[in-house]
Design a protein around this ligand. Structure first.
Ligand SMILES: [Zn+2]
Length: 113
């Protein structure tokens, strides 16, 4: 089961562990988006499933929900794919190239804000 399937099952856009996080209530003060580095928006004491299995079993658990305000945006999705690509890439040279692309996407976005 892919990470995207989990967040989709939970009715969330974004990807768990990258731009969407469900830690135990009040264990994290702030969480930074692993894609763009933004402080995530937080909803405290959310009750609901936090995993695909939990969603299927309709198991609710109290947690905090951190989400990046940009998740779901086209540039953010592209950046997310780069972040995952960098993690999976065995070649340091390719990693450096992808890191450059990622930087560029995020920087050009800040200019547009
Ligand atoms: Zn983000």
């Amino acid at each position: 089961m892919s990470d995207t399937a989990i967040t989709e099952a939970l009715g969330l856009k974004g990807m768990m562990g990258y731009d969407t996080f469900c830690p135990e209530p009040w264990t994290e003060e702030v969480m930074l988006c692993r894609v763009c580095g933004l402080d995530c928006d937080v909803m405290r004491d959310v009750v609901g499933p936090t995993s695909f299995g939990g969603a299927m079993a309709k198991k609710a658990r109290k947690h905090d929900l951190f989400t990046c305000a940009y998740r779901g945006k086209a540039w953010h999705e592209q950046a997310l794919r780069l972040v995952k690509g960098i993690e999976d890439c065995p070649s340091p040279t390719l990693k450096r190239i992808m890191q450059g692309d990622l930087q560029q996407i995020i920087e050009s976005q800040e200019v547009m804000e």
